[in-house]
Design a protein around this ligand. Structure first.
Ligand code: F0G
Length: 359
């Protein structure tokens, strides 16, 4: 019986397009190859003829898109003889760094803003054995410290300023093109440091320049309104948002992201926290897909631009859902307004509860 060869991760699949050698020891957890799900119900709710797909990056091994970049960054760190890695993080990078460091048998130091990361992410970093350093400051402060520390200590930075991160993350664009048979018309992403939007554009450009595809999308980056330096046109010193993953005021890929906007003829916009949470809820209730708040920013912005006609009918749109909803159970439960029903453990009580709650 013929079997298809086993998928063993994106470095193996895209080896020819990534900076690895035949004898490179690949540190992988089977990342990539995430589902591209067509939304069945939301276009109808919007009353618009559009094709919306979500790229569910929350199904990567540690539950976020970071794994695409982290497998490359850790593979190269190990190849270069590094025994430890370091990052500042709003949560997902730290979870991913911790897991890949564990896989490689090296140490991960992660700096996180005290009290401002989702529980699931903290649990991951701690369980994988990272040295977790909480700082009394935000991500931007942590990032600066990490850069300073790396100048004095033998540690490899695995934030997205590490160029291998973006190389790994560009593969998401490859997967989308392969699945759709073309690039979408619009690709919408949540933006924090702007590494991911930059990486996606690298991927689309590469396939276009190599003649694999003859179109490229408009890249659209959405930020949380309280953390929207691209909208303000300058760095923001006190970023705030419920979408803690993108609570970033000093994006590391600032210049690159402006180039992406220019080259792709895209745009940046911002979404209020309420809009972000409403999009997250709509996606879970109407499509059965659970992403974390920051991830829903891509859909929140896209829905608004579809409704206004800025994204015209007939368009094919991809929204990246960067992280899994299970990462942040606290914000999810807090926004569920209907109370849980508690009854006696009897058939009658349960029957009454069912009848009382019928549509
Ligand atoms: N969505 C999620 C779920 C994220 O965790 C991040 C970034 C982004 C979007 C933004 O991506 O920075 O490439 O523009 N999280 C980083 C972290 C900062 O530390 O986990 P970006």
């Amino acid at each position: 019986m013929p079997f298809r060869s086993r998928y063993i991760g994106l470095i193996d699949k895209y080896r020819d397009r990534l900076p690895v050698h035949d004898d490179t020891r690949i540190i992988s957890l089977g990342e990539g190859n995430t589902p591209l799900i067509r939304l069945n119900n939301i276009p109808g709710i919007l009353g618009k003829e559009v094709d919306i797909y979500v790229k569910y990056e929350g199904l990567n091994p540690t539950g976020s898109f970071k794994d695409r970049g982290m497998c490359m960054a850790v593979t190269k760190a190990v190849e270069e003889g590094s025994k430890s890695i370091i990052c500042a993080s709003t949560g997902n990078t730290s979870a991913s760094a911790a897991a890949y460091a564990a896989r490689a048998g090296i140490t991960a130091y992660v700096l996180i803003p005290e009290g401002k990361i989702a529980m699931g992410k903290l649990a991951q970093a701690m369980m994988h054995g990272a040295i977790v350093i909480q700082i009394k400051g935000n991500f931007d402060a942590g990032m600066q410290i990490v850069k300073d520390v790396a100048e004095h200590a033998p540690v490899t930075i695995v934030n997205s300023i590490n160029p291998y991160r973006l190389q790994g993350q560009k593969t998401a664009a490859f997967e989308i093109v392969e699945e759709l048979g073309a690039a979408p018309d619009y690709h919408c992403l949540p933006v924090g440091n702007a590494g991911n939007i930059t990486a996606h554009w690298m991927g689309y450009r590469e396939y276009h320049e190599n003649g694999i595809v003859n179109n490229r999308p408009h890249m659209v980056g959405y930020q949380a309104a309280g953390s929207a330096p691209f909208m303000r046109g300058k760095m923001v010193d006190d970023p705030e948002t419920i979408a803690t993953a993108i609570r970033i005021g000093h994006p590391q890929s600032w210049d690159k992201a402006w180039v992406v906007r220019e080259e792709s003829e895209g745009w940046f916009d911002e979404c209020a926290d309420e809009e972000i949470l409403a999009a997250q809820k709509m996606l879970t209730e109407k499509e059965g897909i659970f992403c974390e708040p920051a991830s829903a920013t891509s859909l929140a912005g896209a829905m608004r631009d579809i409704k206004s006609g800025k994204i015209p009918e007939g368009s094919k749109i991809v929204c990246t859902l960067t992280g899994n909803g299970l990462k942040d159970p606290d914000s999810a439960i807090a926004q569920c307004t209907s109370p849980m029903i508690t009854v006696e453990a009897t058939m009658d009580a349960v029957k009454r509860a069912i009848l009382d709650n019928m549509d």
